[in-house]
Ligand binder design. Structure first.
Ligand code: GDP
Length: 444
């Protein structure tokens, strides 16, 4: 995501880092370069101008020039201002406080990812224990209705039955009645899109808005289209009064212009970002984390959340209970290895790590290949319960028996025990720190 933007900004800051003391001219020169980089990333001209002015004002203040680490100060200011630009400090959460079923309307151009986002949103709401009904209100393209029905089937989420040629307002109203009668608390309206803005379509969307009074009107924008997406967002907002933006395809090679301009130009918050074609690839948007990612500082908090989501909550709770009771044993070691495996595609995770390049190897080492994991599993399963609880009793003959039982060698068993004792030491250190200390360590 935003690779070229990140790289170029890093280049600008590298030059600053090389200087012991910064003069006002150094800062101004760097900001001139930042300005070019942002324009190249297709950020709105006026947004760039205001952004650079805001950073300059703070950066050439006494505070920075006198500080011990002026370059870091400048980078911090740029990070803060980037976050502000993307809406830091405002409330980006969905507002669903209304009598159910609460309508959420999604609108946008054809191909922006509207229908996919409807499915992703439904899945996310269900995970929050809501009961959404998907409503296909794009009656011009039979494929659109079929697409939503297919998504609904995949997710096990009901799709309201609508036909090509029906009036979209009537469909939405019927869906609301159906939802009311059948215990649905949220309606997700997938509206029609065109290749370009057209007046007839806008009039139709206005009629849906008047009739259903959606609590949220989300404009779905393809981040790959940069400034165009921002201009279209503005037109939709003028006619419909959107409540938020969903930026899709941020996993692609979007340059960053849409993400950095849309909030400043329309005044509407980005609420979600689409990070892939899969239905679980929708993330709540956090301006501060995005700013960190753009500046290559990584996004450790999202990483932790991702890890937490991947690890079965019950298993984690179980493990914690046992850890407290029995300490870190070979059983917990095996579970930990299996959890790391479950964390999913390492690559997407690695991208969130600060200085990913260097850390990449370390993390890759942590994730064992399947063969290795199977071996560990076999060795631990060949131990008696007592041995698993207390590895210190593992003398030579026990090790030999375990190697035979697991079809491995004594050397393999020794390597495993060594690895385990190292992990045990680390766990002890972490327990001493406590959860607060650990968070502090992660945040640096
Ligand atoms: P609609 O015409 O606006 O309803 O758009 P669709 O939902 O049919 O999406 C158009 C294409 O974009 C499909 O191929 C989707 O799989 C793809 N798409 C949607 N969201 C994302 C995303 O966040 N990342 C990527 N890579 N592809 C996406």
């Amino acid at each position: 995501m935003f690779d070229s933007l990140s790289e170029k900004l890093d280049g600008v800051f590298q030059k600053l880092r090389g200087k012991g003391h910064l003069t006002e001219d150094n800062v101004k020169e760097a900001l001139r370069e930042v300005r070019l980089v942002l324009l190249e990333a297709d950020v709105n001209f006026k947004v760039v101008k205001d952004f650079v002015a805001a950073v300059r004002e703070r950066a050439v203040g006494q505070e920075v020039l006198k500080s011990l680490t002026p370059a870091q100060q400048v980078i911090k200011i740029v990070r803060d201002e980037l976050a502000m630009l993307m809406g830091e400090g405002s409330d980006n959460a969905l507002d669903l406080a209304a009598r159910p079923p609460v309508p959420i309307m999604l609108c946008g151009l054809q191909g922006s990812g509207k229908t996919t986002t409807c499915g992703k949103l439904a899945l996310q709401l269900r995970r929050e224990k809501r009961n959404p009904l998907l409503v296909p209100a794009d009656v011009y393209r039979p494929a659109a209705i079929d697409q939503l029905k297919t998504l609904g089937r995949q997710l096990g989420i009901e799709v309201f039955d609508s036909q090509v040629g029906q009036d979209p307002v009537e469909i939405c109203e019927a869906a609301r009645r159906y939802g009311e009668l059948n215990g649905f608390d949220t309606l997700i309206l997938d509206t029609a899109g065109r290749l370009h803005i057209d007046d007839k379509l806008m009039a139709e969307l206005e009629r849906i808005k008047t009739s259903l009074a959606p609590r949220e009107i989300l404009f779905v924008a393809d981040a790959m289209t940069g400034q165009d997406a921002v201009n279209v967002a503005q037109s939709f907002d003028e006619r419909l009064g959107v409540t938020g933006v969903v930026l899709t395809k941020l996993d692609g090679d979007a340059r960053g212009g849409a993400a950095l301009s849309v909030r400043a130009v329309t005044g509407k918050p980005i609420k979600f970002v689409g990070m892939g074609e899969k239905l679980d690839a929708l993330e709540v948007f956090h301006p501060d984390r995005m700013a960190q990612r753009i500046l290559g500082m990584g996004d450790v908090l999202s990483l932790i959340e991702k890890a937490e989501a991947a690890i079965d909550k019950d298993t984690a709770a179980d493990m914690e209970k046992r850890l407290r009771k029995e300490g870190f044993t070979l059983d917990s070691f095996l579970e930990q290895m299996q959890s790391i495996k479950k964390m999913g595609s390492m690559e997407s995770i690695l991208k969130m790590i600060p200085g990913a390049g260097k850390q990449m190897k370390q993390l890759k080492d942590m994730q064992l290949p399947d063969k290795e994991l199977k071996k560990i599993e076999a060795i631990i399963r060949s131990m008696t319960a007592r041995e698993r609880r207390d590895h210190r009793i593992l003398n030579g003959s026990r090790r030999m028996r375990i190697a035979k039982g697991s079809g491995t060698t004594v050397h393999d068993v020794n390597v495993l025990i060594k690895r385990f004792t190292e992990a045990q030491k680390m766990m002890k250190k972490m327990q001493k720190l406590g959860p607060k200390g650990m968070k502090k360590m992660m945040r640096g």
